[in-house]
Design a protein around this ligand. Structure first.
Ligand SMILES: [Fe+2]
Length: 491
């Protein structure tokens, strides 16, 4: 095991949300790590399948310096943890994403930015929209054209990383053609090489939709005017269409006038879904209305006759609990995700929108076989949300769309997972022919590991557990990059 020489000057310490309240998102399972590590020859319980080759990558907030003011889990500097599996062997590496803000902090030797729970006045710079928050690139990881893009939930620069060395290659501008910001969850169609994204901000038109072509340059951008500012998180594509969302989770106008970031959920407003051709323009959007809700993540969408079908994890009550009065209590309450698998059908001939609940379990952070994105997929792999007071994943759930069968695996007492992407077996053609891969943090043993499951039989438990040399703090989204995708990236 070797450690890089670039050690931080000062590490975030547990800090109160309120004067006498410890912030659980800086402690224990969430406590940031201060070390960047390379390690190989890792101990394995079981056997790493020889036909599983590629790299598991997970992003998450990991503040390098003591936060300025109150800390929100969404504020921390992005750190990527990766396990590269090759011929039955595993290597671990973790690196901060060297964002412009991270580099500015590093030069100053302290945190120059306040987070979402404080006024951003005085922060050095924000995103292209002028939002004064730190673009921490801490949210998702998306593989496109040989590199991994680290993205940010409030829309910012997608930062290109080498998927194996985790070296930050810089803010990706797509051959100089990207103007503005990019959301956290751009969609890559592996069959065409295109990438679809949106960008939102506080001023009209509030939403823009764009496509990066297979040549790596932005091929299309269009304004999608909304009635006001929104906080969309995800979108969908099918073979023909894109689906955008106008959901009633809004920046609070009064707070925004005072330079503060506060969000409100307006139950009286419907959820609206905008369907437009992949290369369509804003005036071609067909809007469909459904019951009020919020949606963080789309499972998948596809074309079916006159309809676009979209499966999501639907949040019925996104607002904080009524007894959450302090900023810290509100943060904890917002972060207690409660989402259920749900299906929408948008009929492009009749204009009708129908919706139906598919399950009542609280599951989120969905994953599918990435090769099926935009096509009718049979399987979805979600994590199950624990009823604990902070966001914790206590198991994996595999949904079968065809038979409605549901398989579940619980990580066990004191063991908490990460997003578990599907990782196809080498040369696999069929959907579900492969593995699910996730970090598991064992609270009782104070240790982290990478667990590998047979996707078709998660109830059998992990086929291999790779023991990691350091604790991996809990975080946000993960990705699997196959060996055949990595082949084109080796330098
Ligand atoms: Fe997300």
């Amino acid at each position: 095991m070797s450690e890089t020489s670039e050690r931080p000057v000062l590490v975030a310490e547990p800090q109160s949300g309120e004067p006498d309240e410890p912030n659980p998102y800086l402690l224990g399972l969430y406590a940031p790590t201060d070390t960047e590590i390379d390690a190989d020859a890792l101990e394995v319980i079981g056997e790493i399948p020889r036909d599983l080759n590629g790299v598991y990558l997970r992003n998450g907030p990991n503040p390098r310096f003591q936060p300025q003011g109150r800390y929100h889990w969404f504020d921390g500097d992005g750190m990527v943890h990766a396990v590269h599996l090759e011929n039955g062997k595993a290597r671990y590496r973790n690196r901060w994403v060297r964002t412009k803000a991270f580099l500015a902090d590093s030069e100053a030797g302290r945190s120059l930015w306040t987070g979402v729970m404080e006024s951003p006045k005085g922060n050095p710079f924000g995103n292209h929209h002028g939002l004064g928050l730190k673009d921490a690139a801490n949210t998702d990881l998306v593989f496109h054209r040989g590199r991994v893009l680290a993205t940010w939930y409030m829309c910012g620069d997608p930062y290109a990383l080498d998927p194996l060395s985790l070296e930050t290659l810089g803010a990706e501008d797509f051959l100089g053609t990207l103007t503005g910001d990019m959301m956290a969850h751009p969609k890559v169609d592996e069959r065409t090489g295109e990438m679809f994204w949106f960008d939102y901000g506080p001023r009209p038109p509030y939403l823009r939709f764009g496509v990066v072509g297979a040549d790596g340059a932005v091929a299309s951008v269009t304004d999608v005017p909304l009635p006001g500012p929104r906080l969309p998180h995800d979108m969908a594509i099918t073979e023909k269409y894109a689906v955008l969302m106008d959901l009633p989770l809004l920046p609070d106008a009064e707070a925004a006038r005072r330079g503060r970031h506060k969000i409100v959920f307006d139950r009286s407003m419907p959820a609206r879904f905008g369907v437009l051709p992949r290369y369509g323009t804003g005036d071609q959007v067909r809007w469909f209305e459904a019951d009020s809700c919020y949606i963080y993540h789309v499972v998948n969408a596809w074309d079916e006759g006159d309809e676009v079908v979209m499966d999501v994890c639907r949040v019925n009550r996104p607002q904080p609990r009524a007894d959450a009065h302090t900023p810290l209590a509100k943060m904890l309450s917002y972060l207690r995700l409660d989402a259920q698998l749900h299906r929408y059908r948008f009929n492009l001939r009749t204009g009708a929108c129908t919706e139906s609940a598919l399950d009542d379990a609280n599951t989120e952070f969905p994953s599918i076989d990435a090769r099926m994105l935009g096509r009718k997929s049979r399987y979805a792999y979600n994590v199950h949300i624990s009823p604990e007071s902070t966001l914790l994943f206590d198991g994996i759930v595999r949904y079968d769309n065809l038979t409605q069968a549901k398989a579940e695996w619980s990580f066990g007492p004191g063991r908490w997972g990460s997003e578990a992407p599907f990782a196809p077996r080498d040369s696999a053609v069929a959907e579900d022919d492969g593995y699910l891969v996730t970090f598991v943090q064992d609270e009782r043993e104070g240790r982290s590991e990478l667990d590998i499951f047979d996707a078709a039989d998660i109830e059998a438990g992990p086929v291999a557990r790779v023991l990691l040399p350091a604790r991996v703090p809990l975080g946000f989204h993960a990705a699997w990059v196959r060996a055949d995708q990595l082949d084109g990236t080796r330098r």
